[in-house]
Design a binder for this molecule. Sequence first.
Ligand code: KG4
Ligand code: ZN
Length: 330
Amino acid sequence: MIILAVESSCDETSVAISKNGKEILSNQVLSQINIHQAFGGVVPEVAARNHIIHMTRLFENALTEANLTPRDIDLVAVTYGPGLIGSLLVGINAAQSFAMAHNIELIAVNHLIGHIYAAQIESEIIFPSLALLISGGHTELILLKDHFDFTVLGSTLDDAVGEAYDKVAKILGLAYPGGPIVDQLAHLGKPTYSLPIPLSKDQTYNFSFSGLKSAVMNLVNKTKMKNEELRINDVCASFQEVCVKTLYDKTYNAIKEYQPKQLIIGGGVAANKGIRAQFRQENLKLPVVFAPFEYCTDQAAMIAIAAYYQYQKEGALKKYSLKASPTLSI
Ligand code: KG4
Ligand code: ZN
């Protein structure tokens, strides 16, 4: 089964083609990071306009790279949420038009489920599995009982972990997106600043990162007011240590309670070196599957893979009429 998938939920325009739920024949990704950097974050209207400019070319590039024509496509998949409404609408309209014009079935995929299925590209999901989804918009612990039989155990009550990384980077005067930069600097510093562990006494699987972000802001302000030197690498190391610890402790407790056969870690923040070092099989005593680096951040290959399994369970949409769902959860 050949699936063409479209992803445009935030600031990456992407079209991918997969074969039989495993092989990626093409994964065209156009990042708008350079454009949004000037604003210190993603500007929704600018993101949507840029998706419009590049979408058609990415369809053509994907088909050319896969050496296929529209007649070869069995199913069109598209992210319908969560994400930025304008950005989602561009992908939905492009996918819908392409499917309708070529009389191909259409399926709507949840972006978060896409991030989980990124793990299926180079590994195999073994059920029951626990997924830790850490991105710029989400921080979730999800129990996977079977394909498309998921229970959310906990999620963030405020900022997502990637969002906290990006905001801390901004406080420190670093470029956007700050996550990879903070990660890099953390490795050059030592965790010598004391920062609070979020929800340290909380027994649920929920997360919180906005208090931690505020603690970094207070630390920076106080240091400036006292005219003391701010050791930026050490701030990054201290912040990263707390993020890794809070994610690790909650995940560890969920593993103890639910006894999954595997842990999957996906989403943009799964690229983090500190997280990759801590969440090792030896520490957790169970197989840990990280989404491959190139499939951690947003791209359509993960949507194509998720669509394959979703189609086996639920089939395609009955009509070419799909609404965007900006605040969709799992
Ligand atoms: O999954 P993604 O591409 O988009 C969303 O669905 O949100 O994740 C992007 C997020 C950004 O917040 C970015 O700063 C963060 O992932 N990120 C990182 C690293 N690489 C990307 N955060 C921490 N360490 C990294 N190495
Ligand atoms: Zn994402």
